[in-house]
Design a protein around this ligand. Structure first.
Ligand SMILES: [Zn+2]
Length: 108
């Protein structure tokens, strides 16, 4: 991405065709939120629950919008059961425009 140390370092490249390492990138986002460098704006579930929900395959796309408190932009982190993860900057209005689906109860 561009010109922000906090945003630039969040995406951990994946292996082979995978653009991003899902576990490491999610963990990097969680670390930055805990460190007060980012702020979770809205997601289908909290960042910590994205991978368990992905693995449950109860929901096919799971997204989270996280604000970077360093540059003020919004990061979109999207996971897809049978697709590639997406990490990009987003507009704040994307949050309101998204069709937020119901989150299924967590698999036990
Ligand atoms: Zn940033």
């Amino acid at each position: 991405m561009d010109d922000c140390d906090t945003c630039d370092s969040v995406g951990v490249p994946g292996v082979g065709a995978l653009p991003w390492d899902i576990d490491a990138t999610t963990e990097a986002l969680i670390d930055r939120v805990r460190a007060g460098r980012m702020h979770e704006l809205r997601g289908d579930v909290p960042l910590e629950d994205m991978i368990p929900l992905l693995e449950s395959e109860l929901m096919y796309t799971i997204v989270s919008f996280v604000e970077c408190l360093d540059c003020g932009r919004v990061l979109f982190w999207g996971l897809c059961v049978r697709g590639n993860p997406i990490l990009r900057h987003a507009e704040r209005t994307d949050i309101d425009h998204r069709q937020w689906g119901a989150v299924p109860p967590r698999a036990r």
